[in-house]
Design a protein around this ligand. Structure first.
Ligand code: TNX
Length: 634
């Protein structure tokens, strides 16, 4: 270890308080003539007071400082500086410097070890347990819990085999689910095979056209009978059997039904989970594993957030720059500096088109539709870094910045090439993603975006558009036409409705800012998926304890809140039909590794999955708490 950075936050002066940083030189040499960079979600605003340091640069969560004194820092000595004028008070131990490095005069970077943010105003308490012990209602491992179950426990079969005469498609499906279980629990016994063996029990498949699309029914007797009207229903029945078998291997409290019936169908058609692969890149193998996890939870839509300010991750053959400059961050890359959780070394990550196709195939084999998201017009800093001709050269730099702190990060509707690029992107994506949905973002455009771009002002004048959001709507209506021409339904975040919005037909909006917004969108005629941060954002901290992990803006979101939240709660009866379902969102600014993923995603992914599948009257928090312990992690 050479250098160590400590930081502390003090609540005074109101409203945001003071952030203090101390760099200690633990090397053998004096430290002088250097810069200190750090990444932090607590950001220094233009209007700040800094003591002991000069502020050199900021780009979103990247900050760069130099000491005001030229005196060298001797070995064992420290340099302290502090600042008021931060964007908001930190909520948690991870809300300030996450990573840091020293840059010497010759341009070399040395990583700095960084401590937790201390609360200098009060001693923090230990985070509370996230789950109560819970209890079972019936001794069967099932999550989501089925909507009707009436079964008596008996001894578990050694394995379940395909009854004589099983169709090849059903045999394949059994083995797909067996392989899923084996990937999720590599040390466990297998659940299905084709032939009878001592101690095995036969499974018969029957088609029952009276059952709904995703419904299934299982009758337990000496043999097991699985009825469904579709492959989807059969797959969910097999997953239920696999879960119950797995329960008997892992916990003596669980057994397997001897007699009785499960008659089950999901509460909502849209049971989604989103994954942000821009802020931190998840490898192809990790994405496959996420899809396995969704399948085990009976979720049916994977919303793949492929682009954001921090990086573009989808290979586009016509624009290789998008996954070159647009997918690479590093301390020596002025256009794409390191962001939250990054070190100084450059990092690149993207998926080839073959990989994306393989993800789609894998997901389809598990009954999951993959919806790609390309963020427009905001959250596009990576695109503008990759294709600089999309920037109005006469727009002053740093003339607007949205809530996440990236300057001038929106695609400019007045530049015709913007639409050429998007047409090509949608063409290429349409050959990869068969889904009828494409998500085009639409969130968090700065309220004053484009207002200093002469090209945008001229367009507004010509089209008679007032302000940023009417221009945004003009842009989005063009995007909608492009998607309709390709037979796609346009999906977007709730701000799409600002400034006039787009025609509601074949448009689906995700209500994320708060639950109320979902009802407002439905009143305007839009179909809605409920993804409110206050219940379904899995990056939110799970308690208000300073020492817990996570983001804070909509938090805390304890697992019980994700579980009990009723997305259709206040929807008037006449608008219920427009509420298409629910979705959890895994935003990854804070997730620099798999451990963070596991700490925040579980058990809440299971909570949202059960809320998506199980009718309100069948939800039971204590049963869920007991069941969810068996579920796998990333
Ligand atoms: C808001 S949700 C965002 C994301 C962030 C998230 C963090 C949305 C449409 N925009 O860009 O990652 O909050 O919680």
């Amino acid at each position: 270890m050479t250098y160590f950075l400590e930081n502390a936050w003090h609540p005074a002066p109101a409203p945001e308080g003071t952030w203090t940083m101390t760099l200690t030189n633990l090397s053998d040499k004096p430290l002088s003539d250097f810069k200190l960079s750090l990444t932090s979600i607590t950001r220094i605003m233009t209007d700040h007071e800094l003591t002991g340091a000069t502020f050199l640069r900021r780009d979103a969560n990247f900050h760069e400082f130099a000491p005001t004194s030229a005196d060298p820092i001797a070995p064992g000595e420290s340099w302290t500086f502090y600042v008021t004028g931060i964007n908001r008070s930190p909520y948690h131990r991870n809300d300030a410097a996450k990573t840091a490095w020293v840059t010497h005069a010759d341009g070399t970077h040395v990583a700095v070890q960084v401590g937790d943010l201390m609360h200098a105003g009060a001693a923090p308490v230990r985070p509370k347990p996230r789950l109560p012990e819970g209890r079972l209602t019936l001794p069967f491992a099932l999550l989501p819990w089925p909507n009707t179950i009436d079964a008596a426990p008996g001894s578990a079969p050694v394995i379940i085999h395909a009854a004589d005469g099983t169709a090849i498609a059903d045999k394949r499906l059994m083995l797909v689910v067996d392989a899923l279980h084996a990937r999720l629990f590599p040390a466990a016994r297998r659940v299905f095979q084709l032939s009878a063996a001592p101690g095995s029990r036969a499974l018969h498949f029957v088609t029952d056209t009276t059952l709904a699309n995703e419904a299934y029914r299982i009758d337990f007797a000496d043999d097991i009978t699985l009825a469904a009207s579709t492959e989807k229903g059969r797959r969910y029945g097999l997953i239920a059997l696999a879960q119950m078998m797995h329960g008997t291997f892992s916990d003596p409290e669980f057994s397997f039904p001897a007699t009785g019936e499960i008659d089950d169908a999901p509460r909502y058609d849209w049971r989604g989970c989103h994954l942000d692969v821009s802020r931190h890149f998840w490898t192809y193998d990790e994405v496959l594993r996420v899809i396995d996890l969704l399948a085990w939870h009976k979720l049916n839509t994977f919303h793949w957030h492929l682009t954001d300010d921090e990086g573009w991750r989808a290979e586009i053959l016509a624009y290789p720059a998008l996954t070159d400059a647009g997918a690479t961050r590093g301390a020596d890359i002025a256009q794409m500096l390191p962001q939250l959780g990054d070190g100084p070394q450059s990092k690149r990550g993207y998926y080839t088109q073959d990989e994306m196709r393989a993800v789609v195939t894998h997901a389809a084999s598990l009954g999951i539709d993959v919806m790609p998201e390309i963020e427009t017009p905001g959250h596009a800093a990576a695109v503008l870094a990759a294709i600089p001709s999309l920037v109005d050269p006469d727009e002053p730099k740093d003339s607007y910045f949205p809530v996440q702190g990236y300057f001038n990060n929106a695609l400019n509707p007045a530049i015709p090439e913007t639409f050429d690029v998007l047409e090509t992107v949608f063409d290429e994506l349409s050959t990869i993603f068969p889904s009828k949905y494409i998500h085009i973002g639409g969130d968090e455009v700065a309220h004053n975006a484009w207002l200093t771009s002469p090209m945008a002002l001229a367009l507004m004048e010509k089209e008679g558009l007032q302000g940023t959001f009417e221009l945004q709507s003009w842009f989005l209506r063009k995007i909608k036409t492009m998607l309709s021409a390709r037979g796609k339904v346009m999906v977007g975040w709730n701000e799409i409705a600002h400034g006039g919005g787009v025609p509601p037909e074949d448009t689906l909006l995700m209500a994320w800012e708060n639950p109320k917004v979902g009802i407002e969108l439905a009143e305007k005629g839009y179909d809605v998926v409920m993804t409110p941060g206050q219940a379904y954002y899995l990056d939110m901290v799970q308690s208000d304890d300073w020492l817990d992990n996570g983001a804070g803006w909509a938090g805390p979101v304890p697992p019980e809140q994700s579980y009990n939240y009723e997305a259709e709660g206040d929807f008037p009866a006449e608008l219920r039909g427009q509420m298409r379902g629910v979705q959890s969102c895994i935003w990854c600014e804070h997730y620099s590794n798999r451990h963070w993923f596991n700490d925040l995603v579980f058990p809440r992914l299971g909570a949202v999955a059960e809320a998506a599948w199980t009718q309100k009257e069948n939800k039971d928090w204590l049963r869920f708490a007991r069941q969810v312990r068996l579920h796998p992690e990333l």
